[in-house]
Design a binder for this molecule. Sequence first.
Ligand code: SF4
Length: 497
Amino acid sequence: MKEITAIQPQLHPALDNPKLQLAIYTATGRLVDKRKGTVAEESLPDYQELRSQANALKRHAIDHLDYYLELFQRNVEANGGKVIWCRDGKEVVDFLLGLAKQRKSKVLVKSKSMTTEEIHLNEHLEEHGLEPVETDLGEYILQLAHEKPYHIVAPALHMTRYEVADIFEEKLKIEREEVPEKQTQIARGILREKFLEADIGVSGANFLVADSGAVVLVENEGNARLSTTAPKVHVAVAGIEKVIPRAQDLATFLKLLGRSGTGQPLTVYTSFLAGPRREGEIDGPEEFYVVLLDNGRTKVLRDADKRQALFCIRCGACLNICPVYRRIGGHNYPWVYSGPIGAILTPQFEGLDKNPWLPHASSLCGACGEVCPVKIEIPRMLLELRADIEAEKAAKGEDKLEKLGFQAWARLMSNPMLYRAASAAGSWVLQDAGDGGWASQLPFFLNAGPTKGWLSQRDLPLPAPKSFRQLWKDRLRQPPSSVPVRQQDATDEGHSA
Ligand code: SF4
């Protein structure tokens, strides 16, 4: 089973690609503007109260997860469905393989689900000869392109219609089509056949309602509704943190989710799925399963404070507003969860040592915390994770060089004479390097030494010809430009007796 890998983000290909930068900036900017409109005072006067209520509900559900999950299970079973508990992705795959074998089915239709992305479900099913088909348009495009989602809500956010045209032409062997509406029609034609062919439909879950045993799904395309009702078997794969206490709590969450994610007061479709088809009903699956996946979540639960990362309702608002995500894009994060929420979730799931740079991938501007509909304190958690990283380094004795550096820096900053001498020397060396003098070899040494990692992602700009202190001194020496004159004096001029 694949795990989260440690990656060194490849920033330059993203930063140096103007088309990609424009695509990310435009798409996230549009989502930011739309969100702003729907949560504004005149549109939703009780927005802040809803956020506090959502936070309190999530905290309560996560603090009493065992109780609500068991209640959910009892109600799913009372509705005629089954709950399958899975520790990790392998157990989910095994369950689905068994189901497919029993049903002699090869094709599975899937609606968008980050939880199944998390466990690389498609790849594992394909390895066993099955054909999972993504039916969300963005996910379908990515499946053809063999790419992972770029964004929690808009998986193909980084692609232009011309790139989609390239993919369709190459993978579907059809004539090139660049009009988005026509591209949608092409995908729809292919996917309709798959809906009819598939015996098993796999979905995620936005919420699991404990008091009714219902799986709630929100979407805009109608594909989730088809994936969960057309095939004979519906399997909802959900992280255990998706449970909420009561159906009435949806009044809070649904008002926030659509607005925060896509700037819609409510998404186009909201489905409440509770059990298989009952007698007398004309549609719905014959079998209904809910897979409750742990996959590291209980590990996160252990920390009573940081477990708030599990409150996330996957709206994507923190990604859209994040200046780092908007520059580096979604594929530079090591796991499916990108942006600020990825920066706090991934280290908690997989350990801080795998990608210690992640909590540092933030300017700490605080925007993510401001927009989060469930009030997760993302900036504070980023700081705490950074502190944890430093504590781990210190415990291993890996911080010696850094400590020495900071000690030297503290000495320099607390001694004005030393500081002036060092900055004059540094300025002279860098100016000389810029003029092509002997110090022009400096970048070579810096790129080979301990500063290599730092400079691989940053520029070393030349200092200004004059320091601030010099500029200030020069300014004090200059005579004042003119003596201020009272307005009245100026108008009186020439009228004196
Ligand atoms: S952390 Fe908050 S803003 Fe970010 S995706 Fe989750 S719910 Fe949305």
